[in-house]
Ligand binder design. Structure first.
Ligand SMILES: Nc1ncnc2c1ncn2[C@@H]1O[C@H](COP(=O)(O)OP(=O)(O)O)[C@@H](O)[C@H]1O
Ligand SMILES: [Mg+2]
Length: 250
């Protein structure tokens, strides 16, 4: 393991019970400290499966995952305390207020009451939700829920953030707020795994790109080093279509 690698995935394979094809197959990659690591691919590519495996929430069929030099198999509980995760499916209690939801997550992370209050106040302010602290999440828009879902992953100030489609279903303003915030976290030294099928968004945000299709890694690297990216006016979306073909994935 080189000094700067926070995550090492090697030969990861997951085949769901009853499935014909593996959701993830022989997947290996390294995430370096300080990167915004784009885990990209069309629907069904295996992004969420990979992320659940990284969080130790999935029984894998083969391969190894090391995070902070610890094996997810042996030290899952320890690793989960050090990372912040925002899942693709919003994980909030609709009948609780924004504040109550965040206080719940804060207690789960072992934070004391005063720290929770201070951090929640700050983060709600940063994400434009200060006025909504006492509103039940059931009344929130999609963009507000996404922002709150992200705040829940930030409360314990993790060095590593794992975000699965963090801008899915949000309006332009929420998207900008979320992406700007991620860049400010990166500037503070936080490492981020960012999964998305939105390539134009990823292109401006990520410092590293790993492209999955049908459970396999089909390209990886910095954008400037990607094959066929140097010539002309190509963008990530064009490269992606070239690599994956034009068949739709549902
Ligand atoms: N719980 C599950 N049981 C069976 N198959 C699943 C399950 N979750 C995902 N899959 C399948 O695994 C593949 C990868 O899915 P997923 O990891 O959710 O991809 P992505 O997040 O890139 O859209 C898809 O073919 C999907 O249908
Ligand atoms: Mg997914």
């Amino acid at each position: 393991m080189t000094d700067s690698s926070l995550i090492q995935v090697s030969g990861l394979r997951k085949i769901y019970r009853g499935a014909e094809m593996p959701a993830v197959d022989n997947l290996s990659f390294v995430v370096h400290e300080g990167d915004i690591f784009g885990l990209l691919g069309p629907n069904g590519a295996g992004k969420s499966t990979t992320i659940m495996a990284l969080c130790g929430l999935l029984k894998i069929n083969a391969g190894s995952i090391q995070i902070f030099g610890l094996s997810i198999n042996q030290k899952g509980a320890e690793i989960r305390k050090l990372i912040g995760v925002a899942p693709q499916e919003i994980a909030l209690f609709p009948m609780l207020t924004a504040y109550e939801n965040l206080a719940y997550f804060g207690r789960m992370y072992g934070l004391d009451r005063a720290t929770i209050r201070q951090r929640v106040d700050h983060l709600l302010e940063d994400f434009g939700l200060k006025e909504k602290a006492k509103v039940r999440v059931a009344h929130f828009s999609g963009g507000m829920k996404r922002r709150l879902n992200l705040i829940a992953a930030l409360l314990h100030r993790p060095r590593l953030l794992i975000l699965d489609e963090p801008t899915s279903g949000v309006d332009v303003q929420s998207r900008k707020m979320i992406l700007d915030y991620l860049l400010s976290l990166q500037a503070e030294g936080v490492t981020i795994i960012y999964s998305s099928h939105l390539l134009d968004e990823a292109e401006n945000l990520c410092s590293w790109f790993s492209i999955l299709d049908e459970g396999r890694l089909i390209a990886e690297g910095k954008l400037k080093d990607m094959p066929a990216m140097n010539s002309g006016s190509r963008n990530l979306e064009q490269l992606f279509l070239e690599l994956t073909g034009k068949r739709t994935r549902d």
